[in-house]
Design a protein around this ligand. Structure first.
Ligand code: CP
Length: 307
């Protein structure tokens, strides 16, 4: 297969296993490209991409922009905080005005779940979801899968734990869909109050004991507590959360095997993981970031249909 089954990348739920495998194998080729002395290829010359960020981002925004530039696309960046959205302009009006400037693809992060899907039905451009509220973050899941595969050789049959604020996490949902399609066994771990009510229907194991979770898994993806999405208190204090669900070096070293530690970033150092774990030899956090550029190059290239 050389083509994706989809025109947009709105979520991992909507794409096939063949799509995921095509993105991961294409990303492998682009990883080789970005490690060459000359990192730029002409694949997306004459394609114009708008990066629309209605919510804060460091990694995803920079990673997409770098991926686009490495592919020789023309890039325009939009940040809602410095735009006419502040004067009351709607999402569709904003995007249609940008598209009137002949934009081919839109990468969008938005606080509302479903914003990317909504846009895909109303504008004539290819849409890539760069995170929509607590819904999906498909390129994060793809880069996480790429990084696990790179470290463990394969994903099928591997045991992957996702720990922390599952309720508010688009990373958790996209990772669950992606890892399950690739044949992994997935466990989620966190306080009961941070588990969505529908979690069992996703076919994942649910655990509330961090040590048991870590003893079970081959890789643990430690999620950030998303205080900005929590309108009520889900646990008594951050200190108590850290005591029960924070990963420190003592706990990591006490495990009977060496597991891989992942984190999508940004890290709350000393809350979900301590600095000595984040910076340890078992952590692949910066490799995830590096792989993000290659994975996003693959997504952009395949959606542009230049292959
Ligand atoms: N992982 C991730 O989405 O990070 P940013 O919010 O910095 O983009």
């Amino acid at each position: 297969m050389t083509k994706l089954s989809t025109k947009h990348l709105l979520g991992i739920k909507d794409i096939t296993l063949a799509d995921i495998n095509l993105i991961l194998s294409t990303a492998q080729s682009f990883k080789e490209v970005i490690n060459r002395p000359i990192k730029k290829v002409p694949s997306l010359r004459d394609i114009t991409i708008a990066n629309l960020f209605f919510e804060n981002s460091t990694r995803t925004k920079l990673s997409f922009e770098l991926a686009e530039k490495r592919l020789s696309a023309d890039v325009v960046n939009f940040s809602s905080s410095s735009s006419s959205v502040k004067k009351g302009e709607t999402l569709i009006d904003t995007v249609n005005n940008i598209l009137a400037m002949k934009v081919d693809m839109v990468v969008m992060r938005h606080p509302n779940p479903g914003a990317a899907a909504f846009l895909s039905k109303h504008v004539n451009a290819k849409i890539i979801n760069a995170g929509d509220g607590a819904h999906e973050h498909p390129t994060q899941a793809l880069l996480d899968a790429f990084s696990i595969k790179e470290k463990l050789g394969n994903i099928k049959g591997k045991k992957i734990a996702i720990v922390g604020d599952i309720l508010h996490s688009r990373v958790a949902l996209s990772n669950i869909f992606c890892l399950q399609k690739l044949g992994a066994d997935v466990m989620v771990c966190g306080p009961t109050t941070l588990m969505p009510k529908y979690i069992s229907s996703l076919g994942v194991k649910v655990e509330h004991n961090l040590q048991k979770t870590l003893e079970w898994c081959d890789a643990a993806n430690m999620l950030r507590i998303q205080l900005e999405r929590q309108e009520i208190k889900y646990f008594p204090s951050l200190r108590e959360y850290t005591m029960l669900f924070g990963l420190n070096k003592e706990l990591l070293d006490s495990l009977s095997k060496k597991i891989i530690i992942m984190h999508p970033g940004p890290i709350n150092r000393g809350v979900e993981i301590t600095s000595d774990v984040a910076d340890s030899s078992q952590s692949i956090i910066l490799e995830q970031v590096e792989n993000g550029v290659a994975v996003r190059m693959a997504v952009l290239f395949l959606l542009a249909g230049r292959n």
